[in-house]
Design a protein around this ligand. Structure first.
Ligand SMILES: [Zn+2]
Length: 228
């Protein structure tokens, strides 16, 4: 993953707390559009500037070509309020150097999430690499809210399951919660399949299967049974 630095100069006459809220709304819109990864979008006040350092799947994830209408609208609002331009630059990587799918077209997609992963929830069934969400048709309201919602819910519940393996003191997850997350996952797959015309399968991580991991900069290929 790449680490970006987003900076906005705040004029002294503006209320900093209100501007932090406005800036946070931009980061939320970036997230719901798949342009920044889960977590890690810190927000600092440096002098008269607001600075965020989010993780992104690609070096150019924050380019205007990937913006949706919500991102465009909020950037315009911030720049009008501040009378200054939003500055974005790449400052490094998080060390995983995760590759993304570059297939001209994919014959299948996989929807998967794991408690410690910040990656996109959609994986190419051919090269087994991540597909940044903004490359896919929007699932609702010019965003990917249902995918993000499913992913974050799965990450939390998967984390509970992982902790439970070692610590019996942690309460078990209600079966109804797991069923609700699975139901949402199947609905998201169905929606994606309809929008892309590409077969989309759900990788149920809870309790057993794990997402492929990284080694020496390359994603290990998961077992074939995950794609059957
Ligand atoms: Zn691919």
């Amino acid at each position: 993953m790449y680490v970006q630095e987003i900076t906005l100069q705040i004029s002294p006459d503006l209320d900093m707390d209100l501007m932090l809220d406005e800036f946070n709304w931009l980061m939320s819109n970036f997230h719901k559009n798949g342009q920044v990864a889960n977590g890690g979008h810190t927000q600092l006040i440096v002098g008269q500037k607001i600075v965020s350092m989010p993780f992104t799947p690609e070096k150019d994830s924050l380019d205007a070509k990937n913006h949706n209408s919500h991102v465009v609208k909020q950037i315009e609002r911030l720049e009008t309020l501040c009378q200054s331009k939003l500055q974005i630059r790449t400052i490094g990587t998080d060390g995983t150097h995760a590759e993304v799918c570059n297939c001209a077209s994919s014959s299948s997609h996989l929807l998967g999430a794991f408690c410690f992963s910040r990656d996109s929830a959609v994986i190419c069934g051919d090269c087994r690499l991540l597909i940044p969400l903004y490359r896919l048709p929007k699932t609702e309201d010019d965003s990917y809210l249902s995918i993000i919602n499913w992913q974050l819910s799965t990450m939390v519940l998967d984390g509970f399951e992982t902790i439970n393996l070692k610590n019996n003191g942690v309460p078990n997850i209600s079966k109804s919660h797991l069923n609700a997350v699975d139901k949402l996952g199947f609905e998201v797959c169905e929606r994606l399949e309809k929008l892309t015309g590409v077969k989309t399968r759900l990788l149920q991580t809870l309790g057993n299967a794990k997402l492929p991991s990284f080694k020496n900069g390359n994603r290990k290929k998961p077992g074939e049974e995950l794609f059957m």
